[in-house]
Design a binder for this molecule. Structure first.
Ligand code: HEC
Ligand code: HEC
Length: 293
């Protein structure tokens, strides 16, 4: 997918983190911006800290965009050789209603006519809405049912057992048997890209492997005394680590050079996949998984 080697999977990851997304969003392919419902918070998943796109504001923002930003960042905010791609921008990812974009512009970012410092707060909020709307549109087309189903199942099967190395953890007749029956294609793609997230909007309603407990990140901590403790990771950062062992006991340590911490993250392979998988491999794999009825 286009510029800078960005893939659908990466866009999906960025955008899913940036705003509420539901796989149940009706596939309104190419629906005009104006026709879109006001206040897109698809599926009403109701996550709190998400940017909810206000399409009326985004429409107003499009005018500011055309006057001040379009020459450098392009029609759909995907960037040109004069300006960055804002769809994959981390700053935009963290922006909530111009919380990041506003101060960034006010610091004296170049604009086409009116100096950024002279833009009104309303204009800045509208242009922020426009950028979020473009992120949403890009993501939606990346997750569109039609696109999801463009894959070649045979090629997907070969990749699954070959280069993709999926079969080192999964089996089409074992844990993934019948997965094509359990999920719609879009949900299947979500589960595949974000197994840990419960498939965005699928939280609580996960199908999972029949009977198996959900996979969890575990950790083994060995203090200098030598007595190792293992359990489900509660929290880890540069300073502390905590876990809960199988009996429910909670342990926490300050991290020091003599404290050995070994993390086992069953989702690491999937996270790495977001950066490496090509659109073709992704679509082929979903087409293949879809045949596992
Ligand atoms: C003259 C060209 C130009 C214009 C006009 C322009 N930009 Fe930029 N913009 C850039 C360039 C180049 C960068 C990357 C370098 C930087 O961060 O300053 C950038 C970066 C950004 C970023 C940060 C991206 C990131 O991830 O760091 C945002 C947000 C942004 N622009 C928004 C806007 C908005 C909104 C407008 C219109 C109000 C606008 N820009 C107008 C050239 C431009
Ligand atoms: C290192 C091990 C590992 C590798 C390699 C791996 N996965 Fe996974 N996968 C997991 C774990 C762990 C889960 C989460 C399972 C759970 O929560 O029960 C998962 C979940 C999934 C799910 C969702 C299953 C469900 O029922 O919701 C799909 C689909 C999937 N993986 C497909 C793939 C494909 C396709 C590949 C190859 C590109 C792959 N995986 C590579 C470990 C792996």
């Amino acid at each position: 997918m286009g510029k800078g080697g960005r893939t659908c999977a990466q866009i999906a990851a960025l955008a899913a983190a940036a705003m509420v997304l539901s796989a149940q969003t009706p596939p309104g392919r190419g629906a005009p911006a104006r026709g879109a419902p006001r206040g897109i918070s698809p599926g009403g998943v109701g996550s709190d800290d998400k940017h909810v796109v206000d399409t009326a504001a985004a429409d107003r923002g499009r005018k500011v965009w055309a006057a001040e930003c379009i020459n450098c960042h392009g029609t759909h905010a995907r960037g040109t050789d004069r300006g960055a791609d804002l769809i994959r921008s981390v700053l935009v990812l963290h922006d909530r209603y111009a919380s990041e974009i506003g101060p960034f512009l006010k610091k004296g970012h170049p604009t086409q006519t009116t100096p950024a410092a002279n833009l009104t707060q309303a204009q800045i909020e509208d242009v922020s809405q426009f950028v979020h709307f473009e992120v949403y549109q890009t993501m939606r087309s990346a997750l569109d049912v039609q696109e999801v189903l463009t894959g070649d199942a045979k090629a997907g099967a070969a990749w699954f057992a070959g280069e993709g190395k999926c079969n080192t953890c999964h089996s089409p007749t074992g844990d993934l048997a019948g997965i094509g029956r359990r999920y719609t294609p879009v949900n299947l793609q979500q589960r595949f890209l974000f197994p840990q997230g419960g498939g965005r909007g699928g939280r609580g309603g996960r199908g999972g492997r029949a009977g198996a407990p959900p996979a969890q990140i575990t950790v083994t901590v060995t203090p200098a005394s030598g007595l190792a403790v293992s359990g489900v990771l509660v929290e880890i950062d540069d300073f502390n680590v905590s876990l809960r062992d199988s009996s429910g006991e909670y342990y926490s340590w300050k991290r020091t050079p003599s404290l050995k911490v070994v993390k086992h993250d069953p989702f690491a392979a999937h996270e790495a996949l977001l950066d490496t998988i090509t659109d073709k491999n992704m679509h082929d794999t979903v087409a293949y998984l879809e045949t596992l009825k």
